[in-house]
Write a protein that binds this ligand. Structure first.
Ligand SMILES: *Cc1c(COP(=O)(O)O)cnc(C)c1O
Length: 364
């Protein structure tokens, strides 16, 4: 697939690489979607054709993730950032929640939630620049906590919860934006899962929320905007107002692509294989090193440094000339970061490692 249409290997953390087969299908459907006489972009979200698109997308997602019937799937807008507010607005009943702060996104969610209740930081890895996931097997969970919150894969720092926290019976809420659909999960362990699709699934603008039905409340404060209630969207099958229609259509194509390619079991296998190539290289390199504790490593986002900012910069520039794009680390941490989502072919990772090896020889 390399160089098809002049496409290069794109290691962006998000918006990120999409499967070329999906883009080709979208291209073929672009001007006239399945003889409807129009593009999906031009179609009423109340039409039968669109209804079929959104219903099929939901059905395929349910199948891929094995989502039980007592969970609703919502397609929303506003990015993960809006969930930083919607989660506390909708789930705080006692007005207390416990947050585990393992990176910038969890921290932002923690700060935002404070507008709505008593929010406790029960664990953090900030002491070592978020380079590990703290032991969450026996935390001081508040007796009256409405939920425990995690960011499951920390996109910026490259860490991932490999064991879920022991919430001592409290509802678990997870921001899965950058690991959504990267491997099978047990949905029943969560009360609410959300993910911005621009990392591992589709174009920016769609937010997927999977919420257990008993957590969808009617008795929200009077001031709560209609659009910020999960109930509004659940009662209307995500069609209360105009949804991000085209983005949902692309997500649907990605779900089909995942099903065709063996589902999430197969994705996990491939993702582990891809990540191992890069981690093995980093573990043996004399120039590059990974920045994350080994047992906290993410399969999706892999940060690394040379230890010399000038050399990091040179690496990023030279990599670009080799067709290895968007390897710059997050602006808050520097260094490099390779995001290797589902749609990154194994050849891309191999090529990256070959280039790193060459760069090492030339610059050591
Ligand atoms: C990217 C990202 C966000 C922020 O997403 P927006 O769509 O920009 O609001 C939040 N959480 C995680 C884990 C992310 O990767």
């Amino acid at each position: 697939m390399e160089n098809k249409y002049g496409r290069l290997y794109n290691f962006s953390a998000g918006p990120a690489v999409l499967p070329v087969e999906v883009l080709e299908e979208a291209r073929d459907d672009m001007l006239n979607y399945k003889n409807s006489g129009m593009s999906v972009m031009e179609m009423s979200h109340r039409s039968k054709t669109y209804d079929n698109i959104i219903k099929t997308a939901e059905k395929d997602l349910r199948e891929l993730m094995n989502i039980p019937d007592n969970y609703k799937v919502l397609f929303l807008q506003g990015g993960a950032h809006l969930q930083f507010s919607m989660v506390p607005i909708n789930l705080l009943k006692n007005g207390v929640a416990d947050y585990i702060v393992t990176g910038q996104w969890a921290k932002k969610a923690y700060v935002e939630a404070q507008k709505y209740g008593k929010i406790n930081k029960i664990a953090t890895s900030e002491d070592k620049t978020f380079s590990y996931i703290p032991d969450c097997s026996d935390l001081n969970i508040s007796d009256n906590a409405d939920y425990v919150y995690i960011c499951e894969n920390n996109t910026i720092y490259g860490t991932k919860f490999h064991t879920l926290p022991n919430t001592k019976g409290k509802v678990l809420v997870s921001d899965m934006s950058s690991c959504f659909l990267s491997e099978p999960i047990d949905v029943t362990k969560y009360g609410l899962i959300y993910a911005g699709v621009q990392k591992n699934v589709g174009p920016a603008g769609v937010q997927i929320v999977i919420i257990r039905e008993d957590l969808i409340r009617e008795d929200l404060p009077e001031w709560c905007p209609t659009m910020l209630k999960y109930k509004t969207h659940a009662d209307n099958d995500s069609l209360y107002n105009t949804p991000p229609a085209y983005g949902i259509y692309i997500c649907g194509l990605v779900f089909k692509w995942l099903k065709k390619n063996g589902g999430l079991e197969k994705m996990k296998e491939l993702n582990e294989k891809k990540a191992k190539i890069l981690y093995d290289f980093l573990d043996n390199s004399k120039l590059f090193k990974g920045t994350v504790e080994k047992n906290s490593r993410s399969l999706m986002n892999i940060p690394f440094v040379t230890g010399n900012e000038e050399l990091d910069k040179k690496f990023i520039e030279e990599a670009k000339k080799e067709g290895l794009l968007q390897l710059k680390g997050h602006r808050t941490v520097g260094g490099m970061r390779a995001s290797i989502y589902n749609a990154m072919p194994i050849e891309g990772v191999q090529k990256l490692v070959e280039f790193m090896s060459k760069f090492e020889k030339e610059n050591l």
